[in-house]
Ligand binder design. Structure first.
Ligand code: SF4
Length: 441
C-alpha cells in the first residue's frame, strides 16, 4: 500500500437494523481515522463482512458473502450475529483474519488496525493523537466530507486527498440518527474544512424525513441539532456564513463551541500560509459572536516559527490573543512536511526561537485560560461523564471537546455512569480544569 494513500476498506452489511447500527458505528469510526470506503473488494486493503445468523438462509447468505470476499480480496474480517458461533465460519474459511460477535465493534476496529494500520500522520489526522484509541460509546466523530479546496502552504492534505468531496446531507443525517439511537450522546462533526461543507455539491438538497435538506453548513448543523445529542463543530473556518450558526448556538441547538484553526494572526504570516478567510476581520467577528452567544467557547490551533515570521509578527499574535481571549489553544512549532509548498519559503526560523515563542505563547494562553475558567466558578454546568471513580468522576462541560480540552471533575454521592449527563455546581477552577459537585441529574 502506498503509505501516503488512505487505506481502503470494503464493507458488506447483512442483517437487521441492529446489525446496521454496528456497521454505521464501525464505518463512522474508520472514516474519522482516515480510512476510505472502497466500492469493490478487489483493490481494497481489506473487507469487513457484518453477518446475520438469524435463519439458516441468512447464514448461507453470510457464508456466501465471506466466500466472495475471500476470493476477491483474501483479507477478511467477520463480525455480527453469525460470529457469535464462529465454528461454521472457521470450518469453511480458516484464513479469515478475525471473527467477532454482534456489538463488538471495538474488536473489529482492533482487527482492522492490526491488519491495515491507520496511516497515522499528524499532518493529516482529524482525530487527536490519542484518538486512535477507541472512542467510548457515548460520543462519535461524524465525518461530513473528504479532501479540501484550500491550498495552505504548510499542508499536503489536498495533494494526498484531493479537493473537497462532501457527503449528501441525508447520508450524514441517517448516520447521525443511527448513532444517537445506539446511545451516542455527543456528535463531533469533523472534516478538513467543516464550514466549506457542500460547496462541491452546489449545496444540493436531499430528502430527509418530510423535507428537503441542503448540503450546507448551516442547514446540516440545524438538522443535526434536532437529533437530541450534543453537536460539536470542529475545524470551522471563519467564512461569513459561520455567523448564521451562532444563532443555532444561542438557541441551544448545537453546542456553543467553535474549533477554528486560526494558525496565526499576523496578516503577513497568514498571507504566506495562504489561509482561507485570512482577510476577514476576525477580532470584530469574535466580538459580535460573543455578544450574540455569551457562552461561546473558542478553541484554536496556532503555528509558531513559520518561515518569515518576525518578532513583530509574533508580538502581533500575542496582542491578538489578548484581544481574542481564545478559551482553548493548541500550539505547534512549524516543521517542514515533505511535499509542502512552504518548504520553499525563505526566512527559516531557528529552533531556539521557535521554542522561545512556543513557551511565550503557551504562558500567555495559560493566563487567559485560567481567567476564562474562573468566570465559571459558581455557575451550573451540564457535564457529560467520561470516566468514573469511587467518589469523583471526570467529565466535560459543553465547552470541552474530548481529549483536547480540559475536564470537569465532579464529586457525587451516588455513583455516576459513563455517558450520563449531569448538572454540576462549579466550585473551583484551575488553569485548564474545573471542579464541582453534582447538583442535579
Ligand atoms: S484548510 Fe488548509 S490546512 Fe486545512 S486541510 Fe485544507 S489546505 Fe490543509
Amino acid at each position: 500500500m502506498d503509505q501516503s494513500a488512505a487505506p481502503k476498506v470494503s464493507f458488506v452489511s447483512l442483517g437487521c437494523p441492529k446489525a446496521l447500527v454496528d456497521s454505521e458505528r464501525i464505518i463512522t469510526r474508520l472514516r474519522a481515522e482516515g480510512y476510505e470506503l472502497a466500492r469493490k473488494h478487489d483493490g481494497a486493503d481489506l473487507v469487513i463482512v457484518n453477518t446475520c445468523g438469524f435463519l439458516d438462509s441468512a447464514k448461507q447468505e453470510s457464508l456466501g458473502a465471506i466466500g466472495e470476499a475471500m476470493a476477491e480480496n483474501g483479507k477478511v474480517i467477520v463480525t455480527g450475529c453469525m460470529g457469535a458461533e464462529p465454528e461454521q465460519i472457521e470450518k469453511a474459511y480458516p484464513n479469515v483474519l478475525s471473527i467477532t460477535g454482534p456489538q463488538q465493534y471495538e474488536s473489529v476496529l482492533e482487527a482492522v488496525h492490526r491488519a491495515v494500520p491507520p496511516t497515522h500522520n499528524p499532518h493529516l489526522d482529524l482525530l487527536p493523537p490519542q484518538g486512535i484509541k477507541l472512542t467510548p460509546r457515548h460520543y462519535a466523530y461524524l465525518k461530513i466530507s473528504e479532501g479540501c479546496n484550500n491550498r495552505c502552504t504548510f499542508c499536503i492534505i489536498p495533494k494526498l486527498r484531493g479537493d473537497l468531496v462532501s457527503r449528501q446531507a441525508n447520508d450524514v443525517l441517517r448516520e447521525a440518527e443511527r448513532l444517537v439511537a445506539a446511545g451516542v450522546k455527543e456528535l463531533l462533526v469533523v472534516s478538513q474544512d467543516t464550514s466549506a461543507y457542500g460547496i462541491d455539491l452546489k449545496y444540493a438538497t436531499s430528502p430527509w424525513k418530510d423535507r428537503e435538506v441542503r448540503a450546507r453548513f448551516y442547514d446540516l448543523a440545524r438538522e443535526l441539532g434536532e437529533l437530541g445529542a450534543w453537536v460539536r463543530l470542529q475545524y470551522v473556518y471563519p467564512y461569513p456564513h459561520v455567523d448564521e450558526v451562532i444563532g443555532l448556538m444561542s438557541e441551544g441547538k448545537v453546542l456553543p463551541y467553535l474549533d477554528i484553526p486560526f494558525q496565526h494572526a499576523s496578516p503577513d504570516v497568514l498571507k504566506q500560509m495562504r489561509r482561507p478567510a485570512a482577510q476577514d476581520k476576525t477580532l470584530a467577528r469574535i466580538k459580535s459572536w460573543r455578544e450574540q452567544c455569551p457562552d461561546l467557547t473558542l478553541r484554536s490551533t496556532f503555528i509558531v516559527g513559520f518561515p518569515g515570521e518576525t518578532d513583530s509578527d509574533f508580538q502581533y499574535l500575542l496582542d491578538w490573543l489578548d484581544e481574542a481571549q481564545i478559551d482553548r489553544l493548541g500550539c505547534f512549532k512549524y516543521e517542514p512536511v515533505a511535499g509542502a509548498t512552504s518548504n520553499g519559503l525563505e526566512g527559516t526560523v531557528p529552533e531556539e526561537i521557535k521554542t522561545a515563542r512556543w513557551n511565550a505563547l503557551m504562558a500567555r494562553q495559560k493566563r487567559i485560560s485560567a481567567q476564562r475558567l474562573k468566570r465559571k466558578v459558581g455557575t451550573r454546568q451540564q457535564v457529560i461523564i467520561d470516566e468514573v471513580g469511587p467518589s469523583v468522576a471526570k467529565g466535560r462541560s459543553k465547552a470541552d471537546a474530548p481529549q483536547i480540552d480540559g475536564s470537569v471533575y465532579v464529586a457525587s454521592r451516588r455513583p455516576l455512569k459513563v455517558g450520563e449527563i449531569v448538572t454540576a455546581k462549579i466550585e473551583r477552577a484551575d488553569e485548564y480544569d474545573l471542579h464541582g459537585t453534582v447538583a442535579g441529574f
